[in-house]
Design a protein around this ligand. Structure first.
Ligand SMILES: [Zn+2]
Length: 453
């Protein structure tokens, strides 16, 4: 027979269970994407920063998984298809942003997809997107835009107005201004055929900031503050070449710190995507020094997020793909793989025993700004720009729901698990129907194939 004491006990147990369940829900999520950051780029960044015993902030996250990066029409993805997979949970064709591949789509059409920012906003959360590339570039655009081809950057800029984002920061001022506009920093004119999008956004309530000083002057606690950061005419600079001071570019970690403070004002939490976007560009050029410099600055941003984000924040770090086929060749002594020494060669006489190697790319020019003895990193197959590769990339996770990111999974699985960690799911029937559509046989529909960046 159940006594009053039993009911009281049940009530206590129920409350404990409810509390434990709530404790597993991520109120906030920060998704870090290192563009082109394969396992060798992570190892290289670690060695460049502090040698073999160094541990990056991302490596200190407790859960590790692997992401399979192929796109719907290629064993090697471009950043647009990968961004779409990571934002919408649906694999698509190389070049597509936020739209399904008609060759795999359940209705044979290209449909617009719901993304993680939409999912978070449906829960009342605030959302932000930031990158070191142009804000209209593939990875950031995957989290707010829908276009059939990634190079439609003017159109992507047009879609910011209806994005419902609280923050959008990075480079790329040129797609927010017409040819009438003159950038005093770069000395160049805007690239839009028409329209002053930055001014239109400002008139709609966005605060537009152009440098580190203007960002630092903002009050992150101000209600309704929406920020468009355009810190360069084009991509932001590589971290090792970054202009500093108030007129210079803010480091990614300061952008993240501002975002955490601003978005934390929302009691229902936030979703923030942060891209270390230029690791990929340095790898396309076979420039290991600039790539590792950007891995390290990306990692500083992760360290800052771990320190400053509220405890109920899930941090996920992954990449869209690997770039260049980077390898770290044996057998240099430990002290030869720390800092700039990593970029050199070893051995008594031979200059071609370089530690760094590349599967593809221009080679030869890879270490032309290395302050130590230049070493020729000749790529296995020379090409103007290095190719992306099909190797799996790492997933690191820490915070509520972290266990969901464990194991080997398709990149399109990651956002479904993040949504689950937030205690919700994608609600759009298009996303649901097409989540595993890439596993079906292709339809006889031609899709545009785009060689990727
Ligand atoms: Zn690329």
């Amino acid at each position: 027979m159940l006594t009053q004491r039993h009911y009281a006990l049940f009530f206590v147990l129920f409350c404990c269970a409810a509390f434990a369940w709530a404790g597993d829900t991520a109120r906030n999520v920060i998704l870090f994407i290192g563009d082109g950051m394969g396992p060798a780029q992570v190892t290289g960044g670690r060695l460049f920063k502090g040698g073999v015993t160094e541990k990056l902030a991302m490596e200190q996250l407790p859960v590790v998984g692997l992401s399979r990066t192929y796109s719907s029409n290629g064993f090697v993805t471009d950043s647009a298809a990968a961004a779409t997979a990571l934002a919408t949970g649906v694999k698509t064709y190389n070049g597509s942003l936020g739209m399904t591949d008609p060759q795999y789509d359940t209705e044979g059409k290209s449909h617009r997809l719901q993304n993680l920012c939409d999912v978070a906003r449906a829960q009342g959360k605030a959302t932000g997107v930031m990158t070191t590339t142009r804000v209209t570039h593939a990875t950031p655009a995957g989290f707010y835009a829908r276009v059939p081809q990634r190079d439609m950057e003017e159109k992507i800029a047009d879609q910011v107005a209806k994005s419902n984002l609280t923050l959008l920061m990075g480079g790329g001022a040129k797609f927010f201004h017409s040819g009438q506009w003159h950038d005093p920093v770069s000395g160049q004119n805007g690239k839009r055929k028409s329209g002053e999008t930055a001014d239109e956004l400002a008139s709609q309530g966005w605060t537009v900031v152009r440098n580190a000083g203007e960002l630092a002057a903002l009050d992150a606690t101000k209600a309704d503050l929406r920020v468009l950061g355009l810190f360069n005419y084009d991509h932001m600079l590589y971290d090792l070449q970054r202009t500093t001071g108030t007129a210079g570019e803010p480091p990614l970690e300061d952008m993240v710190s501002f975002a955490v403070k601003r978005l934390s004002q929302n009691p229902k939490g936030f979703f923030l995507m942060v891209e270390g976007g230029r690791i990929d560009h340095a790898c396309h050029e076979n420039n290991a020094r600039l790539a590792f410099g950007d891995v390290v600055s990306f990692d500083r941003a992760i360290a800052r997020a771990r320190k400053e984000a509220p405890a109920d924040t899930l941090i996920v770090v992954t990449a869209d793909h690997e770039t260049g086929g980077l390898n770290l060749n044996g057998y240099a002594p430990r002290e030869k793989v720390k800092g700039n020494a990593l970029l050199g060669s070893f051995g008594a006489s031979t200059a071609n025993r370089a530690i760094i190697g590349w599967g593809s790319g221009p080679g030869g020019n890879s270490s032309n700004d290395v302050p130590t003895t230049p070493t020729q990193h000749v790529a296995a197959y020379p090409s103007e720009a290095a190719a992306h590769t099909g190797v799996d990339v790492e997933i690191f996770a820490g915070g509520p729901g972290q266990a969901l990111l464990q194991g080997v999974m398709d990149n399109s699985e990651i956002p479904w698990r993040i949504a689950r960690a937030m205690g919700t799911a994608f609600s759009d029937p298009i996303n649901k129907a097409n989540h595993t559509a890439h596993l079906n046989p292709p339809r006889n529909v031609r899709t545009a194939e785009v060689a990727g960046d």
